[in-house]
Design a protein around this ligand. Structure first.
Ligand code: DGL
Length: 284
C-alpha cells in the first residue's frame, strides 16, 4: 500500500533546496514539507550546541505534519546534530554526509579527495571520517579498491561561498576570484574528486569547475542524498503514488524574500504559498 505521508526536509535557509530539487527528481510522487530557518541562518558559524537545539526544534515542527521521513538537508546540521535528531525522531532520518562520502569514494581514480564546506563542517572532521570509513568498506568489498587502498583527504573551509550563493553572485568576477583563492591549494594537491560539502555550493559549481579544471569530478551531495531517500522508501515500503503530491514551504523569515532567493536554488519557477513559522517556541 502506498504511504502518502510527506517527507520533511530542513536546512538553515535556502541551501537545502538544492537537495530538495534532487529529491523531487528522484522520487517525483513524494510530498515534501520544506522548512528553511532563514531567520537564524547561517548555522555554519554557530556552536554545536546551538545548531543541535535549532535542529531539534526544526524536527519538532516537521513532525507536526505526520512526516514519514526527515532529511537534514544541511551539512552543518548533519555534522553537529544528526545523532540527536535521529535519537528523538519517530521516523527514519537521512543526513547529507554519508551519501556524499560514498559518491566520492566511488568517483575517485587516484585516491586524492578534496572536501569544501563551512568552517563548522570542516572543523568536525565528519567528512574525513565518513570518507575514510566508506573507503575501507568499499575496498574490502573489492569496489574501486586500487584507488581506495591509500586515500588522501584534503579539506578547505569556504565560508564566503554561502554569501555569494545567496547574493546570486555565482558566475561573476568576484565569484571567480574567491573560488581561485579558496581552491588553488586543493588543486595543487592533485585531487581528482571534490565534495561540495555545503548545500549552497552547487550554485557555484560552474566557477568551482572552472578553477579545478575538467579532470576533477565535483560531487553534488544532493544527488547522492536523493538516492539514499529513494532506497529507504523502497526498502521500507514507504513510497507514495501521488500524481499531484503536496509541496509546501515554510520559512522563519519573510516568505516573499524566501521565494525570491529560492528560485535559482530549486532550478524551476518560483515557489508560492510559503508560510512564516518560528520554531524557537518548541521546547527541546
Ligand atoms: N547550507 C549549509 C550547509 O550545508 C550552510 C549554510 C549555513 O552556514 O547555514 O552547511
Amino acid at each position: 500500500m502506498a504511504d502518502k505521508r510527506p517527507i520533511g526536509v530542513f536546512d538553515s535557509g535556502i541551501g537545502g533546496l538544492t537537495v530538495l530539487r534532487e529529491i523531487w527528481r528522484a522520487t517525483p510522487s513524494e510530498g515534501t514539507i520544506y522548512f528553511g530557518d532563514n531567520s537564524r541562518t547561517p548555522y555554519g558559524t554557530k556552536s554545536a550546541s546551538t545548531v543541535r537545539k535549532y535542529s531539534l526544534q526544526n524536527l519538532k515542527f516537521l513532525e507536526t505534519f505526520d512526516v514519514k521521513m526527515i532529511v537534514i538537508a544541511c551539512n552543518t546540521a548533519s555534522a553537529y546534530a544528526y545523532e540527536e535528531v535521529a535519537k528523538h525522531a519517530k521516523v527514519p532520518v537521512v543526513e547529507v554526509i554519508t551519501p556524499g562520502a560514498d559518491a566520492a569514494c566511488r568517483a575517485t581514480k587516484n585516491g586524492r579527495i578534496g572536501i569544501i564546506a563551512t568552517g563548522a563542517t570542516v572543523g568536525t572532521g565528519v567528512y574525513k571520517d565518513a570518507i575514510t570509513a566508506r573507503a575501507k568498506d568499499l575496498a574490502d568489498e573489492g569496489i574501486n579498491a586500487e584507488a581506495l587502498k591509500d586515500i588522501k583527504i584534503f579539506q578547505k573551509a569556504c565560508p564566503m561561498f554561502v554569501s555569494l550563493a545567496e547574493e546570486g553572485w555565482w558566475d561573476n568576477e568576484i565569484a571567480r576570484m574567491t573560488a581561485g583563492e579558496y581552491l588553488e591549494p586543493l588543486k595543487a594537491e592533485g585531487i581528482d574528486t571534490l565534495v561540495l560539502g555545503c548545500t549552497h555550493y552547487p550554485l557555484l559549481a560552474k566557477v568551482i569547475g572552472e578553477v579545478m579544471g575538467p579532470d576533477v569530478k565535483l560531487i553534488n551531495t544532493g544527488v547522492a542524498v536523493a538516492g539514499t531517500v529513494k532506497d529507504i522508501l523502497e526498502k521500507n515500503l514507504l513510497g507514495s503514488d501521488e500524481t499531484d503530491p503536496v509541496r509546501k514551504f515554510y520559512t522563519s523569515d519573510d516568505p516573499a524574500m524566501f521565494e525570491q532567493v529560492a528560485s535559482p536554488f530549486l532550478g524551476q519557477g518560483l515557489p508560492s504559498g510559503t508560510l512564516h513559522v518560528t520554531t524557537d517556541r518548541y521546547e527541546v
